[in-house]
Design a protein around this ligand. Sequence first.
Ligand code: B12
Ligand code: SF4
Length: 517
Amino acid sequence: MMREGNPMPIKRLRVVVLKPSKYGTHGFVERFRRGFMPNSTVPYLCSMTPPSLEGVTIETHAVDEYVHTDLQYLRLLHGTDEPTLLALVGVQSHQFQRSLDLAAYALANGVEHCVIGGPHAMTCDTSMLHGRGVSFALAEAEMIWEQILRDAIHGELAPLYGQDQRWQRQLDAPVLNPPSREDMKRYVVPMLGIYPARGCPFTCNFCSVIKIAGHRVRSQGLETTMASLRAAKAAGVKLVMFTSDNFNKYAEAPDLLDRMIEERLNLPFFVQCDTQVATQEAFVDQLGRAGCFQMFIGVESFNRKTLLAAHKAQNHPTHYGEIVRLCRKNRILSHFSNIIGFPEDTESTIQEHVSVLRSLNPDVASFYILVPIPGTQQYDEFLAAGWITESNLDRFDATCATWKHPTLDAEKLHSLLLQSYREFYSNGHILSSMLDGLKPRKIPAGLIPSFGLPLFVRYSVWKGVHPMSGGVGPVQTDHVSQYAGLRRRRYGYDLLPLPASLELSATDAAFNRMGVG
Ligand code: B12
Ligand code: SF4
């Protein structure tokens, strides 16, 4: 079938799979000489892209924008003799305006097709932008990516993809082709993200995972994950990040770990678990034997009332200490993620929180300021109550205040964030991490910056920046003002209005009900 837009058959299609960075507080595109974590959506989409389709050769380019410190890659967003499809992938809400600007830039420079997908497009209303030459992907790539490629081959994309169903029932995931060695050099450690399972049975009101992946836990075939792990190892990947949100809720996790142990993969990996892992002693032991080096846990708060108000009833602060103990026993670094600025928080409760955290002494801690993430229940409630004060989506990245807290102003919250980091990463903590880093571990020597991290955190905090902001060696090249004209001309906005959340379709709502815990 031939679409009207392209009467001549094409021989080649250029596909640029690009994860946008974001505009920082001063308006510069955030870029780093070395990134901490490579984006996982880029290799995922690249691996789903065949080398040819319908007799048309497909040439795929991968770009994780935040680790590009010069603007050479923007040449890929210029039209050539062959048609180009620009896919902006894994786009989060605070990256959405950047993704729109890149699409506007590409269209202005002769690129034929642009599509934006990922958390924001999937969970938020984008209708104010429809019909302006950019398409939106509202579903998982497994269901729509091939159609997008076919449409690009036939000369015209549809304005929307996947509006009737967000989630694939049975995951049909690709074996990952690891990034090139050249690309891996852009990160502190050559790392690859693998997504063996997705979905979460819980109902925390501030979280968009359940809107993006649903309540029902779905997993890819075990053999797919094993094949991705083997390919990663052969390609020189030194660290794997399992991006699943609750690795301990993934029913086949014990089988996967067994296979990794049997095959002696020896690939250190990072997992995220929910706090119920405190009762899974045998599982933590198995994680340790399979090479887990760090477990990330969303502890969020030590105040049970705050947790209940956030619908995070499954978190029991009295169990947190057990998680540290189990991890330490199995030589896994425990990483506690904390949120400050819940509606119930005051300056003294936050200080109290940090002191309890210090007494529990996990190896790593990160702190975020509560942000009503567009698409979530909390966002809808805050928006309806008129509490949201920030009108620029770029700022919805959990590093600054975005809504009117009952007792803490923006400046106070920011200083409490930096203070929390400073107090947790005390001289004593740095010293003990250094000593611990000298102990023999399963992790190849020098690989994990276990004692570099606390020093880096202290340095960042001293400079007044969020330590988890993405990488080392920030570089400022281009500024939002350079893209403002393009944005205004293409979409008619200087700043996008804050979006409404997207309702689930009836099909997805029914599927979702099958997964709530
Ligand atoms: C790994 C991760 C991170 C890593 C990112 C590493 C990196 N460089 O990318 C780290 C830890 C640094 C991180 C940080 C943050 N993150 Co984060 N993160 C995740 C996590 C756990 C997994 C994302 C992932 O890699 N998935 C694997 C890939 C393959 O899946 P995917 O991107 O969803 O893609 C699928 C679909 O979305 C779709 N799709 C995606 N793009 C496209 C494009 C097209 C064209 C098509 C057709 C389909 C499509 O198809 C894909 C396959 O099914 C998600 C939670 C989740 N389960 O989604 C949160 C999540 C994405 N993060 C989130 C947030 C809020 C943040 C932070 C702002 C704050 C925080 N507290 O975490 C910071 C921001 C950092 C920054 N500077 O950008 C939110 C985003 C919500 C939103 N609407 O924006 C999520 C959903 C979690 C949450 N808290 O609700 N994060
Ligand atoms: S347990 Fe984690 S992934 Fe699940 S809803 Fe709560 S915050 Fe989101």
